[in-house]
Design a protein. Sequence first.
Length: 224
Amino acid sequence: MELWLIYGGTFDPVHNGHLAIARCARDALRTTVRLMPAADPPHRPPPGADALQRARMLDIAIAGEPGLKVDRRELERDGRSWTADTLRALRAEIGAQRPVALLVGADSFLGLPDWKEWRALFGLAHFVVAERPGSPIDGHLRPELAEEAAARWTDGPSTLGEAPAGRIWRLRQPLSNTSASDIRRRMATGGDWQACMPAAVAAYIERHGLYGLAPLRSPARISR
Ligand SMILES: Nc1ncnc2c1ncn2[C@@H]1O[C@H](COP(=O)(O)OP(=O)(O)OP(=O)(O)O)[C@@H](O)[C@H]1O
Ligand SMILES: O=C(O)c1ccc[n+]([C@@H]2O[C@H](COP(=O)([O-])O)[C@@H](O)[C@H]2O)c1
């Protein structure tokens, strides 16, 4: 059965690092990657852009690109975007047998023991863990995670399609240093940030004056 691959994130804003791992996972696992913006991320300060804007930036970033989709399921329900709740709702929709995997960066995976009902997540989905600079995995998992993960690592991506959940596969992709917090910092300090994302996403941010930037005026208004 085809693997259902979800890539959750705050995407505040989406950047080239996100797109690189989404593309790499799509190609390695030969399945559609569903980029799923968190409506109300429970574990971090409120995002700089609202949920609809973050989803819209994702639409723009992946427009016309095969094998990438935006999944708005966390925007369509009330309350905080706990991953355990999202995966249970997904299971109710697609059943217990379909292989499901969650794509996360290494920093997210290292923090997994802080997630709500984190051990239960292995009964709901596989994990695909993308390497990320500054977040080494080997020898850096907290003991409870290292123990829970020990028998779950798999070498072959194809094995993810052979079980509904519970395995962990490491995606080794070209590393990218890009982070949304660095982009927001550059915006606040007048640094260069546009090259960190598709030009159409940067144009959306400028047009709407997101992240405290002054909205760009249209040429017609400027000439008046
Ligand atoms: N450059 C990157 N390389 C690998 N994984 C990444 C990269 N950027 C983000 N991720 C992963 O993508 C997921 C969503 O990330 P998120 O939207 O929080 O972006 P971020 O750049 O980490 O943002 P912030 O700096 O605001 O925390 C997380 O699992 C994160 O680990
Ligand atoms: O459910 C949780 O407890 C939980 C805690 C931390 C992160 N997550 C999810 O992990 C994904 C990446 O989070 P972030 O903060 O790096 O964008 C996103 O889908 C979050 O909702 C989920």
